[in-house]
Design a protein around this ligand. Structure first.
Ligand SMILES: *Cc1c(COP(=O)(O)O)cnc(C)c1O
Length: 389
């Protein structure tokens, strides 16, 4: 166990009290009172037409793939620099995955490469808002509209963040949030599908309820419920929703705390960044982010390894990600090879994430910063300024 772990789940308000309430009041299956409260809160707060809680962001992405009628022969454009679920949700439906390279500043899909990847078979574009910093959504939505393509936002990391004033998850046709314990707002496992076009709503309810119209039945709109469509069980227990509601109603507190931690890293590490030891995150001016990740980009993969080794020695849970999907065993089976996506390959080999979570104390942060400064002080003596490597 590290002295400072990479992540720690946290309680911010009435989460446990609400769980007790859900159990005592006797509704613990899905779509109970707490699920509805979460839906209302998120729809109002993030200006999203409809929100449906799911048991994970992965589930929400799977639902989106079904809603877009993705099937064999359809092409889906997505970054290779992402979590595996972005790909799997569409791969599961038999789609052909087309991996797009990323921008070196935000590590988001490079929208300037998008148009030339579009073919008559392109069905969906999946922008992943890395670290809760928005993709260049105006350009992406414009290209999608021109060719009649769906946009599904992977906003797993994007809750509460904005692009030109609009909340992530409200920008594409569909979107997906995650409440996994490593995200900003958590419920252990958890997620939500966001629906920004009404035409998807009725079918989404059915897909989420095992392909039945059970939600209509509960609302008294039909006198029996039955099998209507494909579907699965994508809804979370109301126990999960109860925990989540305790977090969501305190989202301002959570975001503020993360902002303080993120800005401390930025302030304390800027001098080293100016000397060229690493790059700090870049936030374009149209993006208001949610301080989800603090990453450093080191000059070389070898220095990244040494850096991680040093963190480990000091029991600091720094980590890296992602192994580019096009170079994973599945990606290689699909024809991916080294050199396909130069920016993805270069940045993913040099990236480090620092611990960043609600209960991370200032003294812990100071220790992390000190350890980093000591490491680079030693490096610059050993090998001279890294800029010249
Ligand atoms: C966390 C994450 C997911 C998966 O979320 P789950 O809720 O664990 O299914 C998908 N995409 C991205 C970009 C993520 O960061």
């Amino acid at each position: 166990m590290d002295r400072i772990s990479f992540n720690r789940p946290f309680i911010v308000g009435k989460e446990l009290y609400y769980i007790a309430e859900a159990v005592i009041k006797g509704h613990t299956a899905g779509d109970g009172p707490f699920t509805h409260r979460c839906h209302e809160l998120m729809q109002n707060r993030f200006h999203i037409e409809k929100v449906l809680l799911t048991h994970s962001c992965t589930a929400a992405l799977e639902m989106a793939a079904i809603l877009c009628d993705v099937g064999p022969g359809d092409e889906v454009i997505l970054p290779s620099f992402t979590f595996v679920s972005t790909a799997n949700a569409f791969y599961l439906r038999g789609a052909t995955l087309k991996f797009i390279d990323i921008r070196p500043d935000t590590l988001n899909m490079d929208e300037t490469l998008l148009e030339k990847m579009i073919t008559p078979k392109t069905k969906v574009i999946v922008p992943v808002h890395y670290a809760g910093v928005s993709c260049e959504m105006d350009s992406i939505m414009k290209i999608a509209a021109k060719y009649g393509i769906f946009v599904v936002e992977d906003a797993a990391q994007g809750l509460g963040a904005r692009y030109k004033g609009k909340f992530l998850g409200s920008l594409g046709h569909l979107g997906a949030f995650s409440f996994h314990e490593t995200k900003n707002v958590i419920s252990g496992e958890g997620g939500a599908l966001t629906i920004n076009e009404n035409r998807f709503y009725e079918r989404a309810e059915i897909i989420r309820e095992k392909g039945t119209n059970r939600r209509k039945f509960y609302r008294g709109e039909v006198d029996k419920y039955t099998w209507m469509d494909v579907g699965s069980s994508y809804l979370p227990s109301d126990i999960i929703a109860a925990f989540l509601y305790g977090q969501l109603e305190n989202i301002d507190l959570i975001l503020q705390k993360r902002r303080e931690i993120w800005e401390f890293y930025e302030r304390e590490l800027s001098p080293l960044a100016r000397e060229g030891f690493f790059e700090l995150p870049t936030i374009p001016k149209e993006c208001e982010h949610n301080h989800h990740i603090f990453q450093l980009i080191l000059p070389t993969p070898q220095l990244r390894e040494e850096f991680l080794e040093e963190m480990k020695k000091n029991e600091i849970g720094a980590v890296f990600h992602y192994v580019p999907l096009h170079l994973s065993p599945v990606g290689e089976r699909l024809g991916g090879k080294k050199g396909d996506l130069p920016v993805t390959e270069s940045y993913s080999a040099r990236l480090v994430r620092l611990p960043l979570y609600y209960s991370l104390a200032r003294e812990q942060q100071e220790f992390i910063v000190k350890t980093i400064c000591r490491f680079f002080a030693r490096k610059s003596v050993q090998i001279g300024p890294v800029l010249e490597m």
